[in-house]
Design a protein around this ligand. Sequence first.
Ligand code: HEC
Length: 112
Amino acid sequence: MKMHLITLLGFSCIALTGNALAEEDAQFAVGQAKAKVCMTCHGEDGISTLDPYPNLRGQKMGYLISSLKDYKARERSSGLAILMQQQADALSDQDIEDVSYFFSKLGQKPQQ
Ligand code: HEC
């Protein structure tokens, strides 16, 4: 009986981890699709080719989210921020989560 319980627990753990991973990969793909416009300035691999444009590859998700919200709320307005304010205006809260997830994970998986 005890063995069965342990086996059962083991299986459900694997199933749960599998689901979580599938969901994360789905968010990566959704974020990647939504980030197409961002890549024109920040680079397809999250490394920009122009000096005033920051790299986003592997940046912390929380920092990406707070930056995008700051641009949207006009809390960041110096220098070239006006470019980003327009970009951020077009993003919903869900878009911000998805693109931030994508850029934060970029470079952390062996295939990218
Ligand atoms: C027209 C070019 C352009 C496009 C398109 C663009 N960005 Fe930017 N982005 C910039 C520039 C320039 C800055 C630096 C602005 C500043 O000085 O605050 C920046 C800054 C940022 C930052 C802050 C980075 C940091 O290290 O503080 C984030 C996050 C960001 N962009 C995300 C995005 C996302 C997500 C998209 C797509 C929805 C996007 N950008 C599209 C030009 C662009």
